[in-house]
Design a protein around this ligand. Structure first.
Ligand code: MN
Length: 266
């Protein structure tokens, strides 16, 4: 049975319908395709426009999925990691930030694996108390170019994968990756360790130390695996972990139908 992977969304203008607000909630097609290719089934979960509904929505969403994938998107609000916005900050989306932070905490409490990519890794890191570069180019002028002008399916810089990391078991000691970010992880959150760095020292991946529940990745394997098949291993490992934790949960607590049967028998 394939595990269910929830994918959070962005909101973008909808050119096709003449209403106001004229927007759609979306997730990129390559996440759907890559989750399916790696053995999972995706579901897309929008955030509420009204933050008062966050808790209710998360309570309803949480039983539906085995793992959470957080895609890229706009910048994370810097006040969430204790900074005021710099001149170089990009657009932020406060309702999405609030929803994803609450969803990350609930998912972690439920011990379901999480995989954040690009902005998704940033909000994941902030949820665990980590910090970000608001803008790598202005805050670290020695950094190489991480906002590549080349189309995103092409790799543009190399990364070193940390020895003894789970990530190294998945893809080896080095990788050639795409890079579509102007922000980056600055310090990793509680319980996290650096799992990959670019040659300028920029953090490109982190993972949880004491369990296998959290992976944050700065690059986009979903746009690379067609020509670099080992990049699919990262998704495959994530899907396998979501399945292992589901089996563990089911062993610890019998399915609801059995509980109902037991109560009726009692
Ligand atoms: Mn990069």
């Amino acid at each position: 049975m394939r595990p269910i992977i929830a994918v959070t969304t962005d909101t973008i203008p909808d050119p096709s319908v003449n209403t106001k607000p004229n927007t759609v909630d979306i997730a990129p097609t390559m996440f759907k395709d890559t989750i399916l290719q790696a053995g999972g089934v995706p579901i897309i979960i929008p955030y509420p426009s009204h933050p008062g509904l966050i808790d209710e929505m998360i309570a309803a969403y949480l039983p539906l999925f085995d793992g959470l994938l957080l895609p890229g998107g706009p910048d994370v609000d810097p006040t969430l990691y204790g900074e005021q916005p710099s001149q170089a900050i990009g657009e932020t989306n406060p309702p999405r930030d609030q929803f994803e932070l609450a969803l990350i905490r609930a998912t972690h409490a439920a011990r379901k694996p999480m995989f954040g990519l690009c902005r998704g890794s940033h909000i994941l890191n902030v949820a665990f108390g980590g910090t970000l570069y608001q803008d790598l180019a202005t805050q670290n002028p020695a950094a190489l170019r991480h906002l590549q002008r080349t189309s995103g399916e092409y790799p543009t810089h190399h990364v070193n994968i940390a020895a003894n990391s789970r990530l190294q078991r998945q893809i080896g000691a080095t990788a050639y990756v795409n890079s579509r970010h102007h922000q980056a992880v600055r310090t990793v959150g509680r319980g996290m360790r650096v799992a990959a760095t670019a040659l300028d020292g920029t953090i490109e991946a982190f993972e949880s130390i004491d369990d296998d529940l959290v992976l944050g990745l700065q690059w986009h394997p979903e746009n690379l695996w067609a020509t670099a098949p080992e990049q699919l291993n990262i998704y495959h490992d994530f899907i396998q972990r979501t399945l292992a934790h589901r089996i563990h949960r089911q062993a610890a607590a019998p399915p609801a139908t059995e509980q109902v049967a037991a109560e009726q028998a009692g």
